[in-house]
Design a protein around this ligand. Structure first.
Ligand SMILES: [Zn+2]
Length: 142
């Protein structure tokens, strides 16, 4: 059972599917993170080492959520960014695990991507700490 609690009532998203459909379509670990607010084990995502120019997409619906140009090495073991693509993500307050954190989800399908913290690098000072399994990478075409 997820410990995640939302303060606001469930929002509606452009892409909505019954839970059984998400469960069928997504790999188990992606389903656990995106639909059940899970967190992947630090250092496990191949996207940690991804340094090519390109775009990170939501693994649930394919919406572009982060540009590679905003990725930085945070040393946390999770892919980290200082800024999402405009309008690509939404946030809610997450009070699970006795902490107050800001949860980040895809604005298109509501899939849980990770959390944002106020200790990132310039120019925004924000650190979007993302689950690699919740995203896919599309290299820039050359
Ligand atoms: Zn999505």
């Amino acid at each position: 059972m997820s410990l995640f609690r939302k303060e606001a009532p469930a929002a509606h998203y452009p892409v909505e599917k019954p839970d059984a459909e998400w469960r069928r379509e997504l790999p188990p670990e992606a389903y656990r993170v995106l639909r059940q607010h899970g967190t992947e084990r630090a250092g496990t995502s191949p996207l940690n080492k991804e340094k090519r120019p390109g775009t990170f997409l939501c693994a649930g619906c394919g919406q572009p959520v982060f540009d590679a140009a905003t990725k930085f090495e945070s040393g946390t073991g999770w892919p980290s960014f200082w800024q999402p693509r405009e309008g690509a993500v939404g946030t809610t307050t997450d009070r699970s695990f006795f902490m107050v954190r800001t949860e980040v989800h895809c604005a298109n399908c509501g899939g849980h991507l990770g959390h944002v913290f106020p200790d990132g690098p310039p120019p925004t000072g924000e650190r979007y700490c993302m689950n690699g399994v919740a995203m896919t990478f599309r290299p820039e075409e050359d």
